[in-house]
Write a new protein. Structure first.
Length: 291
């Protein structure tokens, strides 16, 4: 069975692209006993579990997840708090679900989340930025947000940016993407009619607005969007092109600089002997017998 990809809310589960994409598992938010039983069943069935949750969620949710892992005493649970807007996180979970049926080990799959997040363009069209604290907002923009009818286009990832609608443009990805749109109130077709064509997206899908989105963006007057890679062969090539290492703590494979399961950082490369280092020159190995 492929590694299980779990999320903390049902509205973070996007429809699969095809029949090969496994469903995401929603972690129960009831009693601690139900959470323990559910997680234990996932480990028994899949071997490893990767749980994605918004870094912005209340502390009681993260404490519950860490309590479950601690009580089960399992090193097969990866808890990944992701600093993406809710719709962007849902897209990331969908990408990991697509890759879970490939030949990646659980460690590589978990550490790939940080890599894939860099290629997700997540933002929103907002009717107010007065309570937005996830993206830097100038005092001038705060003042303009009180003007009736003012709208702002905000990009939270990968490079935060805020512009007044109609005055500036949001720079989009330079690679082929598919866009997800979750409309709140008031409805607006700017994302689908203007932004999507400007970004040359290969398709647009409308999905329900995640419950966490209103709190994340600080307003209910929004239309959230997320654009990212959608072809599993491209996702596979991206992840497989990164050098793999072995975690010195838990022994799992990883890519990048941190293990997704135990969070241990990759040790720095061993330092060369001080005598071998010469300022401004390259270091070469001495031949056998040389002094």
């Amino acid at each position: 069975m492929p590694t299980a990809i779990a999320v903390t809310s049902p509205d973070l589960v996007l429809p699969p692209h095809d029949r090969q994409t496994p469903p995401a598992v929603v972690q129960p938010q009831g009693t601690l006993e139900s959470s323990l039983v559910g997680m234990h069943a996932l480990i028994e069935q899949h071997g490893y579990v990767i749980v994605l949750y918004p870094a912005s969620v209340p502390g009681d949710i993260t404490r519950r997840l860490h309590t479950v892992r601690s009580v089960l005493e399992s090193d097969r649970i990866a808890l990944l708090g992701v600093d993406l807007p809710p719709l962007g996180l849902a897209l990331l979970a969908q990408q990991l679900r697509q890759l879970s049926v490939c030949d990646f080990s659980p460690g590589v799959l978990a550490s790939a989340a940080r890599l894939l997040a860099h290629y997700i363009y997540a933002g929103a069209l907002l009717g107010s930025v007065a309570k937005l604290d996830r993206v830097p907002v100038s005092l001038k923009s705060h003042a303009k947000s009180w003007v009736p009818g003012a709208q702002f286009a905000v990009l939270a990832n990968p490079r935060p940016r805020l512009v007044r609608l109609g005055q500036e443009e949001l720079t989009g990805p330079e690679f082929s993407t598919r866009m997800l749109v979750a409309a709140g109130q008031p409805p607006s077709d700017w994302v689908t009619a203007t932004l999507a064509p400007d970004w040359n997206v290969q398709g647009v899908a409308t999905v329900p607005l995640p419950q966490e989105s209103v709190r994340w963006w600080g307003t209910s007057k929004l239309a959230e969007f997320a654009a990212g890679l959608y072809d599993v062969s491209v996702l596979y090539q991206l992840v497989s092109s990164v050098r793999r290492e072995e975690c010195h703590w838990c022994g799992l494979e990883l890519i990048g600089d941190r293990c997704g399961f135990c969070a241990a950082p990759l040790p720095p490369p061993p330092e060369l002997p001080a005598a071998a280092v010469r300022a401004g020159t390259s270091v070469r190995a001495l031949p056998p017998g040389a002094t």
